[in-house]
Design a protein around this ligand. Structure first.
Ligand code: MG
Length: 219
């Protein structure tokens, strides 16, 4: 007897339905949601902190902070006084729409304009799981090596923005940030590409401009 059980596609279909529900909930409150992906140490948390510092006065920001364990990143966001929900995935290497739904329901949606969802740190698992976001940003750092983009094409194919971060240390780690940008554009010609040093501040105005454009473009 042959049983054809398409487990994988069922999981993805169920997740997509749940993600659409999350997106509608965000939109019913006029919220733009941005999914921030990238490896551990690439600068996801620091770039979100930077956005809170620069935009927090004129824009009400909330954060959903995903991590395998602990709430180290969540406590970094809470220092700014922004509503923050920590999500621990345990053994899972990505957030999914169901988990994010739990976090959304703990956020004061009526008091927010923008929600960052910091995904679990890696460049593979988050790719297939929509969360209900409007835009996807993927952060890579030069310290991961300048072939990191070409080794993980799928996440760049599905993203709206790539940030090549830590460009201030590129020459010390022997990486070429321009190659990383070129690789991302080769994979996804529609992607916006920025080079930043989140610590030194280089290129970070363009990061803020991109977020503001996302907020204006949202339906
Ligand atoms: Mg982080």
């Amino acid at each position: 007897m042959h049983l054809n059980i398409p487990i994988g596609s069922d999981i993805f279909d169920a997740n997509r339905r749940h993600a659409n529900k999350n997106r509608k909930l965000f939109e019913s409150h006029g919220i733009t949601a941005i999914n921030i992906m990238g490896a551990i140490g690439s600068g996801k948390t620091t770039l979100i902190e930077l956005a809170i510092e620069r935009m927090g006065e004129r824009c009400r920001i909330g954060v959903i902070a995903g991590d395998v364990v602990a709430d180290i990143d969540a406590s970094r966001f809470k220092k700014y006084g922004v509503p923050t929900i920590a999500l621990n995935t345990g053994k899972e290497c990505h957030l999914d729409a169901h988990l994010v739904d739990h976090a959304i329901n703990q956020l004061p949606l009526a008091d927010l304009d923008l929600v960052f969802i910091e995904n679990v740190g890696n460049l593979i698992c988050p790719t297939d799981f929509e969360l209900g976001e409007h835009n996807r940003a993927v952060i890579v750092s030069v310290s991961e090596g300048d072939d990191i983009v070409s080794k993980h094409p799928m996440i760049f194919l599905g993203s709206d923005l790539v940030i090549v971060n830590k460009v201030d240390i590129a020459e010390f780690v022997g990486a070429d940030p321009d190659k990383m940008v070129d690789d991302a554009r080769m994979i996804n010609p529609g992607i916006t590409a920025l080079k930043t040093s989140a610590k030194a501040g280089d290129g970070t105005n363009a990061w803020i401009d991109w977020i503001e454009a996302c907020m204006q473009d949202k339906p």
